[in-house]
Design a protein around this ligand. Structure first.
Ligand SMILES: [Fe+2]
Length: 354
């Protein structure tokens, strides 16, 4: 009797387990249902291969907010639009405050303002430092107090994200940078032609724009170790503020990083130039973000406020560039809001190439 009882218990458990597996797997693999009897064999759709692979995910990238930022509503609108689009997270390419101030309280107040806007996001936001964010020792101190690190990495769903600090150290800014920026912003509203002249002169003499980024050995060694420790991730994204590949000759630091990344599938994304640009370099996508509020610095189709929408698929990323004037909430186009980020060469005091 004892033997029979012992045998019947495992049988009961096995049946229960099998039923549980059927129920669970049935729920997980058949999210699509329809009334087969009502349709009687009809299928007015093309396929049942739904795009719902759990290994795929989406994130968004935003460009520079400052560096002669003008219409105040643009960055806020971008955050609102990201909440409509619902990426899993958002990552920046830096220059979120005007900075270049020695007054730490003023720097903190600038960060309070932009952090308040970023807090409206329903998903995580990853910071990447730009030259305005880390332009001097005071700015760096304020950054470290708030963020704790100027470069870092993280892994999300087996994809490696490298956040570089291309201001390690920063090139010295032009004399009176904070005052000049304030004057430029005032002129944009009061006298766009004078703002245009000012920007033209400023850009022509901005030597730091023509210099490769600087990066400490400590930082390069940090990322060398990160890459050595993560050889088999399915993709790697490298984020910089400065797109060193746009220099006449990329600097030594950037060349070293490119060498480190060679042989692994990756994508490189930066900002700083306030002008959208795409290049293929050694078979890899290199993207320079346009702005979300920052001023325009040159002529052409890259002058556009936008976000980047990245879908990480199994074989690599699909990348969509979405202009801010193409995303509206369910109520439809609101021309009052459109005025907050619709720009023209005239309103922008656009720098003209000689
Ligand atoms: Fe910048």
């Amino acid at each position: 009797m004892k033997t029979i009882a012992k045998k019947s218990k495992p049988m009961t458990f096995k049946v229960f387990l099998l039923a549980a597996v059927i129920v669970v797997s049935g729920c997980a693999t058949t999210p699509f249902h329809y009334d087969r009897a009502a349709l009687s064999g009809a299928k007015p759709w093309t396929s049942e291969a739904f795009k719902n692979n759990l290994e795929e995910f989406q994130f968004a990238v935003v460009g520079d907010r400052t560096g002669g930022s003008n219409p105040e509503g643009i960055f806020t609108r971008a955050m609102d639009q990201l909440n409509l689009l619902q990426p899993e997270f958002v990552i920046s390419v830096g220059d979120l405050v005007e900075g270049y101030t020695e007054d730490r309280a003023k720097a903190a107040a600038e960060w309070d303002e932009v952090d308040g806007i970023i807090k409206t996001l329903e998903m995580p936001f990853f910071y990447v430092p730009g030259n305005h964010d880390l332009g001097n020792d005071a700015m760096k101190q304020v950054w470290l107090e708030r963020r704790g690190a100027t470069y870092y990495h993280f892994i999300y769903r087996d994809v490696l994200f490298l956040v570089f600090n291309s201001e390690d150290p920063s090139h010295p800014p032009p004399e009176g940078m904070a005052e000049r920026t304030a004057t430029y912003k005032r002129l944009l509203k009061e006298n766009p032609a004078a703002a245009q002249k000012m920007l033209e002169e400023f850009m022509a003499n901005l030597e730091s724009y023509k210099k490769p980024m600087l990066m400490s050995d400590q930082q390069i060694n940090y990322f060398r170790k990160v890459l050595a420790e993560n050889p088999k991730v399915r993709w790697t994204f490298a984020f910089f503020h400065q797109p060193d590949w746009e220099q006449k000759q990329a600097g030594e630091a950037f060349q070293a990083i490119e060498q480190m990344l060679r042989g692994r599938p990756h994508t490189v994304i930066a900002g700083h130039l306030h002008y959208y640009d795409y290049k293929k370099r050694n078979g890899t996508d290199y993207i320079t973000m346009g702005p979300v509020g920052a001023s325009w610095h040159m002529n052409g189709p890259g002058n556009v406020d936008h976000i980047l929408w990245v879908t990480m698929k199994q074989g690599g990323p699909e990348i969509a560039m979405i202009t801010l004037d193409g995303v509206w909430d369910r109520k439809g186009r609101d021309l009052k809001l459109k005025e907050t980020y619709e720009r023209t060469a005239e309103t922008e005091g656009l720098y003209q190439e000689p």
